[in-house]
Design a protein around this ligand. Sequence first.
Ligand SMILES: [Zn+2]
Length: 107
Amino acid sequence: MNIPTNIEMGDDGLILEFDKTRAYLYPYKYLRLQCPCANCVEEMTGRKILNVNSIPEDIFIVDHLEIGNYAYQFLWSNADPCSTSGIYTFEMLELLALNDRAVKKIL
Ligand SMILES: [Zn+2]
């Protein structure tokens, strides 16, 4: 697993750099929709239960917290409960970058 070497809040999304050589842009709303917490994903089945329409188009990240050197928690602009329940592991973020076209490689 790679630990991000830099994190930045860009105009259009979160920018994460890995290995000081690769950087990816995660659009904010997209990233919010990936929240893996129990409010968003049913624990037993993995089914998404988040109401996508409840997320503002212009949502962004106000601040972030690093958790135990393995994950980030994001403070969302709309006082979203997932600001305290959503844990985005570095592993998950890198997998999204490598596998989901919604994440743009910018470096
Ligand atoms: Zn959530």
